[in-house]
Design a protein. Sequence first.
Length: 236
Amino acid sequence: MVQGIVFTVTAVICLALMIAFLVVRIKRGANDLSVCLKTMASLVFVFGALIAIYLSGLFLANILIVMGLICAMLGDVALDLKYTHVDYKKQYLNAGMVCFCLSNVFYIIAISFMFNSAQNFWLFAGGMVLVALVFAIIVFLMAKPLKLDFSGFKALTFVYSFLVSLTSFLSLGICFFVSGFAIFACGAILVLISDLVLSLMYFGGKDNSKVLCIVNHSLYYIGQLLIVAYLFFQMV
């Protein structure tokens, strides 16, 4: 009961701030106010996650997931700062991508802690590593037909594509055996899709697309809230 109320409040506030951010971003472009609203929206899901692990238990895996959410928050803010501090655009983009890489590393370690005792887990995980590698390669092969220019970010983009897809595919596979983990898997997959949209914006010359901006942020924040929801309800 308490978990449900707190999560609902967290989700409503986070989504309200996200909508406010999008209104400002679409109407006025990237500015200090939009960055502030975006930061507040991300802080809300992080604070929600902290409350969740206080209520559900300070287990190592839960703490690692919260660390992943904190890194995601820092990465998201860094990516928007590149619009308001154009002289450091490359540095902020690098910082944002590194933070998101770390976010997925925390998620992957958390998943390993939770399910490493399951039968054939490491065999399954090894298979997912291969699938994630194939996905990252496909992303690069699709760069030319999609007119994506990864110049200056090829190595980091490949690493991030591998990590974010590994989180998604690993969690998706697990949810077939642990049904309650589906809520985390859905969140991870939505974040993955939001990143594919973001690639079109950052590397496809569509930075100013209002539609892609709305789609990207909507998928991203709903995805992160689903991950927070898993922390609240710990369904198995």
